[in-house]
Design a protein around this ligand. Structure first.
Ligand code: ATP
Length: 243
C-alpha cells in the first residue's frame, strides 16, 4: 500500500544521545497508526521532528517523505503547507476569538490543500458540540471542546497526514473514546493519521497499527490485532485484565 508518510533513520537529539532514533516508519494512506509510550518516551520529539520543529535546540537528521515527496530542508511552515499538519499537545486555539472565527480564519495554502480542506460546516458536522458553541470565545470552552476546535483548525488546513500529539490529555474519561472514535472516522474517510498517545488502552480501541516507543526507540510494532497480545504491551499497559 502507498505510504502517506515515510520516515528513514530519523534521529533527534537535544545535545547528548538521541532523544528519538527511528530507523523506519511508514504510514499507509488512509490508515490510523498509534505511537504509544510512557511519559518522556519521546513521542512529542518524534512528531515535532517530522515537522522539523523543536521546543529547544534540537538537531534532527534522517529522511521524512510525505506522499513520496522528501521534506528535508523545508522549514516547518512549508511542511504544513504541503499537508503535514500537527495538532500539538496543549491545544492550539486562539482563546480570544470565537469558535467560528477560529475556524474561518484558518485557511488552506494553495489549490491542492484547498481541495482537501474541510469546510467550516464539515467541521461542525464532525463535532456537533462545536456548532452549538460557535459564538463562544475559545477560551471559555472545556478541554474536550478546545481539543475538538484544535483538530477542526488542523482539518481546515487540508492535511494529507494529520499528526495528533496526545489529544486525550486532560479530557474526562468518557470523552476520550468519543474523541478517538471521531478520529477513527476521519481515517475511515481516507485521511492518514498518526496518533501519539499515553492512553494506550484507549488508543488500542481505534488504531490499525501500533508502535511502542520506549526511551526514543520503537521496541515493538505491528497490526493492532497482533499487538493486543504482545507481552510488552500487556504487562506494561494493560495489566492482568488485558481488556
Ligand atoms: P510526554 O508524554 O511527557 O510529553 P514524550 O513521550 O512526548 O513525553 P518528549 O517530550 O519527546 O517525550 O521527551 C523525550 C526526551 O527528550 C525526554 O528525555 C525529555 O526530557 C527530552 N526533551 C524533550 N524536550 C527537550 C528540550 N527542549 N530540551 C532538552 N531535552 C528535551
Amino acid at each position: 500500500m502507498r505510504a502517506a508518510l515515510e520516515v528513514e533513520k530519523l534521529s533527534v537529539s537535544y545535545g547528548g544521545d538521541p532523544a528519538v532514533s527511528v530507523p523506519h516508519l511508514a504510514l499507509p494512506a488512509g490508515t490510523l497508526a498509534g505511537v504509544v509510550g510512557a511519559n518522556g518516551a519521546g513521542k512529542s520529539t518524534l512528531v515535532n521532528g517530522l515537522l522539523g520543529w523543536s521546543r529547544g535546540p534540537a538537531r534532527a537528521s534522517g529522511v521524512v517523505k510525505l506522499d513520496g515527496e522528501t521534506l528535508n530542508g523545508l522549514p516547518t511552515y512549508q511542511r504544513v503547507q504541503r499537508g503535514l499538519v500537527l495538532v500539538p499537545e496543549g491545544l492550539a486555539v486562539f482563546g480570544t476569538m470565537l469558535v467560528e472565527e477560529n475556524l474561518r480564519s484558518t485557511r488552506p495554502h494553495g489549490p491542492e490543500a484547498e481541495r482537501r480542506a474541510f469546510s467550516v460546516d464539515h467541521v461542525f458536522a464532525l463535532f456537533p458540540r462545536l456548532a452549538e458553541r460557535r459564538a463562544n470565545r475559545a477560551a471559555s470552552l472545556s478541554g474536550g471542546e478546545r481539543q475538538m476546535l484544535a483538530i477542526g483548525r488542523a482539518l481546515r488546513l487540508g492535511p494529507k497526514v494529520l499528526l495528533l500529539d496526545e489529544p486525550s490529555i486532560g479530557l474526562a474519561p468518557r470523552l476520550v473514546l468519543t474523541l478517538l472514535l471521531t478520529i477513527r472516522k476521519l481515517a475511515d474517510a481516507g485521511l492518514s493519521v498518526l496518533l501519539v498517545e499515553q492512553n494506550v488502552r484507549a488508543a488500542m480501541e481505534v488504531v490499525d497499527h501500533l508502535y511502542l516507543l520506549e526511551r526514543g526507540r520503537i521496541i515493538a510494532d505491528g497490526p493492532i490485532g497482533a499487538m493486543r497480545d504482545d507481552p510488552r504491551i500487556v504487562e506494561a499497559y494493560l495489566g492482568s485484565t488485558k481488556a
